[in-house]
Design a protein around this ligand. Structure first.
Ligand code: 3PY
Ligand code: MG
Length: 264
């Protein structure tokens, strides 16, 4: 069989706009429902949501029949966890809390086979290579593997150009909630100072030649970040979509029964 294509990476290279949603429900069923909705990408979150390698794999399997790109956010930079996630068939990782070029380089190394990196070879056991059913796997794996690093701290912003220079980093994604906290605005990701910092970061990412992305649940912020040059946006999370839709429905029968709350 053919190597599964990483069209998310290809679209980043061509600066083609992509809109996505974070998945925190940990459910193959809800992942499949969302895969049918037309998003360009869905990101299974294992940083804040209760996902492990098995639940990630089950959601990838549920979404495999749909033309949606599946990303995963691991909880940390651990190379052996990254190895397991890649083995499960994840082709794009979005890694949180990257503050330095050294951290970014270590992540690239974790995702590449020797001699370029440290990823172990075990394709007979891996969904990534469809258990050796993909004859071109080793020739095509690097072109179909994508690393997005998250910058979400003051120190990460200070090091942005150095991080962007790392070969193998395909894109940089700004996390407004953590960045707001780092800048002294905990719980205020839409604060004007945070917005200004994000816009400057987008300018610098675009100038570096790498793709820029942002998590932006407020439509007016999403619009502003896109206009500034961000080419991939996460528009929210399944948890918030479920909660706000449930509350809106309840409000049709019992007005003002509930408030949706923040969506980050
Ligand atoms: C943040 O806003 O900190 C995030 O990581 C969202 O993706
Ligand atoms: Mg974050």
């Amino acid at each position: 069989m053919d190597m599964p294509r990483n069209t998310f990476k290809k679209n980043l290279q061509q600066a083609q706009f992509q809109a996505g949603l974070f998945l925190g429900l940990g459910s193959p069923l809800s992942a499949e429902i969302l895969a049918s909705c037309g998003y360009d990408f869905l990101l299974i979150d294992a940083e804040h949501a209760p996902n492990d390698v098995r639940s990630v794999q089950a959601q990838l399997q549920a979404m495999a029949a749909y033309p949606v790109q599946c990303l995963v956010r691991p909880p940390n930079h651990d190379a052996s966890l990254i190895k397991q996630l890649l083995a499960a068939g994840v082709q794009t990782l979005l890694v949180p809390m990257v503050d330095t070029a050294e951290q970014a380089a270590a992540l690239v190394s974790a995702m590449r086979y020797p001699p370029k990196g440290i990823r172990g070879v075990g394709t007979a056991l891996e969904r990534s290579a469809r258990w050796n059913a993909v004859p071109t796997y080793f020739a095509e794996v690097e072109d179909n593997t994508c690393l997005i690093v998250q910058i979400e701290s003051r120190i990460g912003l200070d090091n942005l150009e150095e991080i962007a220079k790392v070969d193998g980093v395909d894109g940089i994604f700004i996390g407004p909630a953590d960045l707001a906290a780092s800048l002294g605005y905990l719980g205020q990701p839409g604060h004007p100072e945070v917005k200004a910092a994000i816009e400057q970061a987008i300018d610098r990412i675009v100038a570096s030649g790498k793709a820029a992305g942002v998590f932006s649940t407020a439509p007016e912020l999403a619009k502003a970040y896109r206009a500034r040059g961000a080419c991939f946006l996460a528009l929210g999370a399944d948890t918030s979509v479920l909660r706000s839709a449930a509350i809106s429905l309840l409000n049709t029968a019992k007005p003002a029964a509930g408030a949706t709350g923040a969506a980050y």
